[in-house]
Ligand binder design. Sequence first.
Ligand SMILES: [Ca+2]
Ligand SMILES: [Ca+2]
Length: 76
Amino acid sequence: MKKIFISAVAVLGFATAAMAFEQGVDANEDGVLSFDEMVAAYPELTQETFTAIDTDQDGTISAEEWTVAKELGILK
Ligand SMILES: [Ca+2]
Ligand SMILES: [Ca+2]
């Protein structure tokens, strides 16, 4: 698990410039994803998974957290 996390961070380092949500996911375009926006994009997302993706636990998903979740395969 630790190894996977490190490789995700390494990928992040190279992907910073292109980091963004897929079109339409950030419905109110405030630059972060709320739980409601995440559920709209991923109907099967649970609060538990959302909390796991929200690594800084501020209640929203940043582009960084989104990218890490994608790299880890949490989000398809
Ligand atoms: Ca938003
Ligand atoms: Ca967050």
